[in-house]
Write a protein that binds this ligand. Structure first.
Ligand SMILES: [Zn+2]
Length: 339
């Protein structure tokens, strides 16, 4: 066994057998922002053999205060976070296979992302995606680890479908848009990211090495500024739960996922093409050069026009900054991308 892992193998609960299990595992990271980047780094250093990292966004300077994997160069190049993560992990542990996916996680792809994974880690920043992940994980009986952090507060819970309560058992109603604080409205400090991601990754190591007895089996909540830490014990799933009790998968079975999504607190809207499309980015950049200054890399094209900042990805998805009005964003999309 590689001496890289010697200190972890000395830790009795993991040992040689546990290390081998880690190397043979595949974990899905849903989102590669602050929590996700921290998950990726810890899991790669621990020797979790395969990581599938899915993220829809690109690195910006405002991320660098807490998103430990990323560099100034990544922000300058506007690299997609999944790609920047893969590049950095290759420097940390070249034995780990990272599958970087630049995409929005939605009901057309979530089941494909989870089905061959041993475990799913939540690094998302919104409840719609979490409820979708919850439905997909209950449907496919996959264990997932919820995590959220904003301001100096965070929460985490490990969800083993039909054995422990699912997200919907605990939070029956999804918070309405704009009702919950986000990192973009309330800010966030890095130590709460480190705390929540540390608990999530520890739970992941327990699960992947067969140490289920050591799981915390609770909803853990921390306010690291207010010095308030609590653990709410979880019992059985709620038989009345719409998802794990009644098997209703409303988000998973919805006809269409929304074409336009407001990115909460960011003054930006994401637009998805109605059909999956593979865009010729070079050609698009060429066409747009006549109307604005265009920046591009292998993964995306960016331009500023009419006071909006457009970032267009290869799958024809676009993030339009400068508005939270979905219809305005749709019309900008139609005007300049028009697919
Ligand atoms: Zn449930």
């Amino acid at each position: 066994m590689n001496e890289r892992y010697s200190r972890q193998i000395l830790f009795r609960e993991i040992g040689k057998d546990g290390q081998k299990k880690l190397l043979d595992s595949r974990v899905l990271l849903v989102g590669c922002g602050a929590l996700g980047a921290s998950h990726a780094e810890m899991l790669a250093r621990a020797g979790v053999g395969r990581l599938r990292v899915v993220d829809r966004d690109f690195v910006e300077f405002t991320n660098l205060q807490r998103q430990t994997l990323f560099s100034e160069q990544d922000a300058k190049e506007h690299l997609p976070k999944a790609i920047a993560c893969k590049n950095r992990i290759a420097e940390i542990n070249s034995e780990i296979e990272v599958e970087a996916v630049v995409a929005d996680v939605n009901n057309s792809n979530i089941e494909n992302f989870i089905k061959d994974c041993d475990l799913i880690l939540d690094g998302t920043d919104n409840f719609v995606t979490r409820y979708l992940v919850n439905e997909a994980c209950v449907k496919h009986k996959k264990t997932w680890i919820y995590g959220a952090a904003v301001s100096s507060y965070g929460a985490t819970m490990t969800i083993i479908p039909f054995e422990s309560p699912c997200l919907r058992c605990i939070f029956e109603e999804m918070p309405g848009a704009g009702s919950a604080p986000t990192c973009d409205t309330a800010g966030v400090i890095m130590p709460i990211i480190a705390t929540i991601s540390a608990v999530q990754v520890t739970e992941a190591l327990k699960i992947l090495t067969g140490n289920q007895d050591a799981l915390h089996r609770s909803l853990m909540q921390f306010d690291i500024w207010q010095n308030d830490w609590r653990k709410i014990k979880l019992n059985k799933p709620n038989p009345e739960c719409a998802v794990c009790g009644q098997g209703k998968f409303e988000l998973l079975d919805a006809e269409n996922s929304d074409f336009a999504t407001t990115l909460c607190g960011r003054d930006a809207v994401q637009i998805m093409p109605p059909k999956p499309t593979n865009l010729d980015l070079e050609k698009l950049a060429e066409n747009l050069k006549s109307i604005a200054e265009v920046k591009q890399n292998e993964y995306l094209v960016r331009l500023s026009v009419e006071g909006f900042e457009l970032t267009i990805f290869r799958d024809a998805r676009a993030i339009i900054r400068g508005t939270d009005d979905e219809s305005k964003a749709r019309s900008i999309y139609a005007k300049y991308i028009g697919v």
